[in-house]
Design a protein around this ligand. Structure first.
Ligand code: 5GP
Ligand code: MN
Length: 346
């Protein structure tokens, strides 16, 4: 893909109030991309602000701006401030989201804002026509990888990773590392190239792995054991497995945001399991969060669109169900039954 860095450069240099927005339930790629953009812009003398719709995992707090006045604004905690920032922006940069609805509470505010709008994202079917500039492709591991190549093409970086601020480089590495499950899926040749250049730049890969991937509590590790031992159901007929996580169990295991990260991948370690699903009761009990993963040839993005009010990527997708948790197993089995073969392998 070609990236219109001339346009991006002029949008950035003409803007004073830049606001960076990530998606609801932010993962490593969302936090990584908004903080990477922040640290890059900060080094350019800008004072960008970051908004995330809901809280992010504690393990990523070290990526936050150091200036307490520029801390990430969490829309669920501080909706007024978030709305004020969107309304006052002259440039809004949305990262790691393909539809404005993924900002949950902010869609209308963003649409109504007079700010110019940029999208940087790696999901299928991005709403590119809602933006003045869209950097969108699915041929990268993560938004952080796409942002890395975008920055490399900017005139001030000019292909030299040493010109990327170290904090920005660390954020980029974290987003790529988490979205690829530490180099186990969605890895492209450019992903290794990015990693190699960032490590040469001075990113300490082991330190980041320890901070982000080996950071859990005892109770989270016990919850993981409970899920695999007591909750995982295998459906050999469909080469599928699933787990349900209720709010009661979350309370029992002192659940924190990010604690179920990785659970959905666990059943895929079983030889004949090719589809894995995790169904999590949302904290307010209003809906069930759906997480789907698959092995190579199976397209769970299509599965999420058709049956789970969501979407995502070929091998990692998600969505929502509006039904009691106890009704989910029957619904899931019916969905597997009803899923057209040609779509499954599309
Ligand atoms: P996770 O299972 O890690 O929550 O999400 C995996 C991927 O599925 C995300 O990277 C995102 O692309 C997609 N995804 C998750 N939840 C939703 C959702 O509610 N709607 C849509 N469209 N995509 C989702
Ligand atoms: Mn992503």
């Amino acid at each position: 893909m070609t990236i219109d860095t001339l346009k991006l450069e002029s949008l950035l240099s003409e803007s004073r109030e830049i606001v960076l927005v990530g998606h609801f339930n932010p993962d490593g790629d969302a936090v990584g991309s908004v903080t990477a953009a922040y640290h890059y812009l900060k080094a350019r003398g800008k004072q960008p602000r970051i908004i995330l719709p809901s809280p992010y995992p504690e393990s990523m707090a070290f990526l936050e701006p150091e200036d307490p006045r520029e801390r990430i604004v969490i829309c669920e905690r501080d909706p007024e401030l978030a709305r004020r920032l969107v309304a006052g922006a002259d440039l809004l940069v949305c990262l790691d989201l393909n539809r404005l609805s993924r900002t949950e509470y902010l869609e209308q505010d963003i649409l109504q804002s007079k700010a110019r709008k940029v999208l940087i994202d790696h999901h299928i079917a991005a709403e590119t026509d809602r933006f003045d500039l869209a950097v969108s492709t699915i041929d990268v591991s993560s938004t952080c990888e796409l942002l890395f190549w975008t920055l490399m093409a900017m005139p001030d970086i000019a292909g030299d990773p040493d010109r990327i601020p170290l904090r920005c480089a660390e954020s980029l590495y974290v987003g790529m590392m988490t979205d690829t499950n530490n180099f186990s899926n969605s890895v492209f040749p450019g992903t290794f190239e990015m990693a190699s250049r960032l490590i040469a730049r001075g990113v300490n890969k082991e330190a980041l792995q320890e901070k982000v991937l080996s950071c859990y509590s005892v109770s989270r590790t016990r919850l993981m054991g409970h899920m695999v031992k007591d909750k995982m159901k295998v459906l050999p007929k469909h080469q599928a497995a699933y787990m349900l996580l209720s709010n009661k169990e979350k309370d029992r295991y002192h659940f924190l945001p990010g604690d179920s990260e990785g659970f959905v991948n666990l059943p895929l370690a079983i030889r004949d399991v090719r589809i894995s699903a995790l169904f999590t009761e949302n904290f307010d009990g209003k809906y069930i969060r759906v997480s789907l993963r698959s092995k190579n040839e199976i397209n769970v993005n299509r599965f999420a669109i058709r049956f789970f009010n969501g979407g995502g990527h070929r091998n990692a997708a998600g969505g929502r169900l509006y039904m009691p948790l106890e009704d989910v197993p029957a619904y899931f089995e019916q969905a597997l039954e009803a899923w057209p073969e040609e779509e499954k392998f599309s």
